[in-house]
Design a protein around this ligand. Structure first.
Ligand code: NAD
Length: 257
């Protein structure tokens, strides 16, 4: 018996990093999983590893038409979604006085508008199916001030507020809405943004990451994608039946310091 037997899940940003890890865990726990990404090759790789339990949907979460199609394709292939993990996100560095408007708008579009559009598109089918679980991808940057991340932090702060707001509106429909706030996790996004910021190759970032982050994390290491996927499985499952409007921090103790 899997913990997610009978669930139909949509995972956005499933072609890489945290989304791929969660989609794979969902399938391993028995769910049918629509793996949504703007990067079709990445999504295909995720689905190839899970076989017939997976479906590739190439979609841009910033487009309302794409978000609606993502749900329509899921319904056609598997049935109505009962789990949505709105995980797709991008980075974007810069302090408030430095970040350019284009970066600000791009980051808000994917990280906040994309989360809202994904929920907006899923909710009617989820409610008709009798309820479900929406998991939004936050970040600890929404909870404490991180340098040089005005747009990113603002987008994640919006995700936290939207999560609490939607939890209130949709509890009567048996839809739970929670957010995960990961700390610093080893993913392609982290490596890319560090290589860019430090002007080094991605292969050279390991030592820099350890030197910078380990002293700031009580558990003295970066997180792994499976450690966030484990929280996503809990929130997707019926074990979390009374958990809604919660902001769950998984960060090795970083925000406890
Ligand atoms: P990643 O770059 O490895 O994966 C993100 C995926 O989202 C990619 O496959 C990308 O193609 C997809 N994507 C980007 N824009 C999209 C769009 N418009 N429509 C559909 N798909 C799109 O990144 P990751 O580190 O796995 O991050 C995933 C999420 O976790 C993001 O929301 C990120 O902000 C959040 N997060 C990451 C960390 C970390 O340390 N890695 C920490 C906290 C929160």
């Amino acid at each position: 018996m899997g913990r997610l037997d009978g669930k139909i899940a949509i995972v956005t940003g499933a072609g890489s990093g945290l989304g791929r890890a969660a989609a794979s865990r969902f399938a391993a726990e028995g769910a049918l999983v629509a793996c949504v990404d703007i990067d079709g090759e990445g999504a295909q790789e995720t689905v190839t590893a899970m076989g017939e339990q997976g479906l590739v949907v190439i979609a841009d979460v910033t487009s309302e038409a794409d978000a609606e199609r993502m749900v329509a394709e899921t319904i056609d292939h598997f049935g109505p979604p009962t789990v949505l993990y709105a995980n797709a996100g991008i980075g974007g560095r810069g302090a408030a006085a430095e970040v350019d408007l284009e970066t600000w708008q791009a980051v808000l579009a994917v990280n906040l508008t994309g989360v809202w559009l994904s929920a907006k598109s899923c909710l009617p089918a989820m409610i008709e199916a009798g309820g479900g679980s929406i998991i939004n991808q936050g970040s600890i940057t929404a909870l404490v001030g991180f340098s040089n991340s005005a747009a990113y932090s603002a987008s994640k702060g919006g995700v936290i507020s939207l999560t609490r707001q939607m939890a209130v509106d949709y509890a009567p429909h048996n839809v739970r809405v929670n957010a995960i706030c990961p700390g610093v996790i080893e993913t392609p996004l982290l490596r890319r943004s560090w290589a860019l910021a430090q002007g080094v190759e991605e292969s050279e970032v390991d030592d820099l990451l350890a030197e910078h982050w380990h002293p700031q994390i009580p558990m003295a290491r970066l997180g792994q994608v499976d450690e966030i996927a484990a929280m996503a499985v809990y929130l997707a499952s019926d074990e979390a039946a009374w958990t809604t409007g919660s902001i769950l921090t998984v960060d090795g103790g970083q925000t406890a310091m």
